[in-house]
Design a protein around this ligand. Sequence first.
Ligand code: BGC
Length: 399
Amino acid sequence: MNNKFALSTKQLLDIADDLRKKIETGLKTDGTEIKCLPTYIHPKKDGIEGEATVFDLGGTNFRAAVISVGKETKITGMAEKDITEMKTKGFTKEDLYKSQAEIIKKLKVPANSPIGYCFSYPAKSLTNGDAELIVWTKGVSIDGMAGKPIGKPLVEFLNTHIDWSFHKIAVVNDTITSLFAGLMNPGYDAYIGLIVGTGTNMASFFPSEYIPKLKQVEGWSGETPVNFESGNFNPPHLTVYDDEVDAQSDNKGFQRFEKAISGMYLGRVFRAAFPNDKLDENLDAASLSKMMNNPGDYKPEYVEVAFQIYERSAKLVAASLAGLVKNLSLAYPSVKKVQVLAEGSLFWSKVKTGNTAYVTIVDTTLKELLKEMGIEGTEVKLSQMENANLIGAAMSVLS
Ligand code: BGC
């Protein structure tokens, strides 16, 4: 059977190069395809001490936790809830704050503790630590929140509805929390935070001099954490099936890379590949895993295409990492060792087809691409850390 989702090395190199160029454009100008959103926090690698309350709003879950950071980093309390309801029509921002307060109330929060809020949607960081929502992604669309701060109204809501007083809040993207958590592994010349789960995105540090658009920000210098919002990349070599998924989505024309890669969309890509079959509307990434893990129960053609989509997702991630590593090697000419702290259930998944781990496809493809690009001397380590987002959120507000 031919592979409808095959990508040659040459095509992957085109994708890597296109992303590299678009990152450069985003570092110069606001509002471009790759947003390159600076975060105005200088994370401390060591010497951070204290207790923080952390919030984590991601794909479908809201978590709250109390974390103490010091010689030993410990999570001393945690509460969570599935809030898929935030994707339903008519769900308001007050509904969101109420749900969040309900979860936070379950915790013993230290008095006056600072809040680190891992917020997994595109947001423009403000110099006071808060951030303004740019646009919702991943099927969420709560009215009246875009263009406004995320942290301040939540703190105000909590302070009026619960008998606590919160003051300080740092709102950071999940790629930034992964990036910061990665700093706990010393010995690298450059760091990347990567998410491949419900959605996808990357972040990294750049020297401020390498980010022309930062000239407008007074009093800011040094290493700047940048959230690329790479899920919005519109790469070359997508297929007609991707066009179909996009056409049927609620944010047409946006998040094209995310729609080809991430868990939220892989089932839709599969359905688009079989337009004449009456497939279940709820068929999702988990259904594809089921096919690959129980091949005897499904049509051989389904099992094969499920794997083609899974494999392409990993190769696209590798191409985007290759593009970013190239940017980093231009920004830091002496870079030799790069760590990628990767989060997300898809990234760390395995399937029975060929006994394949997603991370292995990413690693093998990335090595091949770096070699073709003449930067094989740069070693890229793909790492994992438990609770990276929670720890990184605490580091953001305690730095
Ligand atoms: C959001 C990003 C986020 C990514 C992974 C995307 O849909 O736009 O801000 O980092 O999902 O959670």
